[in-house]
Design a protein around this ligand. Structure first.
Ligand code: MLT
Length: 266
C-alpha cells in the first residue's frame, strides 16, 4: 500500500476527536466544528486521499485503504486511541476503521451515513459518475449530487450555505471523485462491525436527510450495543454544515459522556 500522508487541520486540546468528511467535500466542511468544539476536545479533520490537500496515491479504490490512512495519521500524532467519526462517506470510512482497528477507537460518531452495502443499481450509478467526471469534469456532481446534499430548509432559506457547499463540490478533483465512487461501490455491509463494537456510539441524522434517512440511522443505533440517536432539525444530509450549533451540541454532550463528566453547556 502507498503511504499517503493526509493533509490535516486541527484545533483545540484534549480528547482527540477525528472527523472524516463527506463525498465530494474536504476537511473544509468541518470549519464550524473546529471553531465550536475546540474548547471541548482536540478536533482533527484530515482531507481523505485525493481531496483538499491530500494526494490520491496509486492504490486501488478501497475504503480500507482510506481507513488505514487515518490510522497512520493517529500513529503520526502519537494517538493510541481516540474518538473517530464521519459524515456519510466519512462514516463508511469510520466503520471500516472500526472493523480493521477496533483497539484504536474510544467512541464512534456516525452522522448521516448508513451501514449497508450498495445495491447493484447504486453501484452502476457510481461507475457512471466516475466515468463521467474522468471524461468531462466534475460538473455532473453539481447537476446530480449537489441537489441531494442539502435539506429543503437550507435550499429554500439559506442561500449562503448552499453557495458554500456548491463551491466545495465544484472544487472536487475528478481523479479523487472517481476513486472515491469506486471505493464506496466496493464497500461491504458493516452491520457485523457495528454489532461487535465495544465502545459508545453516537448516531446523528438530519431530519431532512434523503440520502441516508432516519431509518438508516435507527438501524445503526439498534445494531450497536451502546448507541444513542440525535436527530438534527431543519437539516438534510450535511447536518454538520446546515445546523452546526445543534450538531456541535450533541457531539459535545457525547464527548462529555465519554470523559465521564457532565455535558458542556452552550
Ligand atoms: C456523501 O455524502 O459522502 C455521499 O452521499 C456518500 C454516498 O455517495 O454514499
Amino acid at each position: 500500500m502507498d503511504s499517503v500522508h493526509l493533509y490535516t487541520r486541527s484545533a483545540g486540546e484534549g480528547l482527540p476527536v477525528v472527523l472524516l468528511h463527506a463525498f465530494p467535500l474536504s476537511s473544509a466542511m468541518w470549519l464550524a466544528q473546529r471553531e465550536g468544539l475546540a474548547t471541548t476536545c482536540k478536533v482533527i479533520t484530515p482531507d481523505l486521499r485525493g481531496f483538499g490537500g491530500s494526494v490520491l496515491g496509486e492504490d486501488e479504490p478501497s475504503l480500507d485503504v482510506m481507513a488505514d490512512d487515518v490510522v497512520r495519521l493517529l500513529d503520526r500524532e502519537g494517538i493510541e486511541r481516540g474518538v473517530v467519526g464521519g459524515l456519510s462517506m466519512g462514516g463508511y470510512v469510520t466503520m471500516a476503521l472500526c472493523r480493521r482497528h477496533p483497539d484504536r477507537v474510544l467512541g464512534v460518531i456516525l452522522a448521516d451515513t448508513k451501514a449497508d452495502a450498495d445495491q447493484e443499481a447504486a453501484r452502476s450509478n457510481r461507475e457512471r459518475i466516475a466515468a463521467t467526471v474522468l471524461d468531462s469534469g466534475s460538473s455532473v456532481l453539481v447537476e446530480e449530487v449537489l441537489p441531494g446534499l442539502l435539506g429543503q430548509t437550507t435550499v429554500q432559506r439559506r442561500a449562503m450555505v448552499f453557495g458554500r457547499v456548491r463551491g466545495l463540490v465544484q472544487a472536487a478533483p475528478p481523479g479523487a471523485v472517481a476513486w472515491a465512487q469506486r471505493a464506496m461501490a466496493g464497500r461491504r455491509d458493516s452491520f457485523d462491525t457495528l454489532r461487535a463494537l465495544k465502545v459508545p456510539v453516537l448516531v446523528i441524522v438530519g431530519e431532512e436527510d434523503e440520502i441516508s434517512p432516519r431509518a438508516d440511522a435507527e438501524a445503526m443505533v439498534e445494531a450497536v450495543p451502546d448507541g444513542r440517536l440525535a436527530v438534527i432539525e431543519k437539516a438534510g444530509h450535511l447536518s454538520a454544515i446546515e445546523q452546526p450549533e445543534a450538531f456541535n451540541r450533541v457531539v459535545a454532550g457525547f464527548i462529555g459522556e465519554l470523559a465521564g463528566g457532565s455535558p458542556p453547556r452552550g
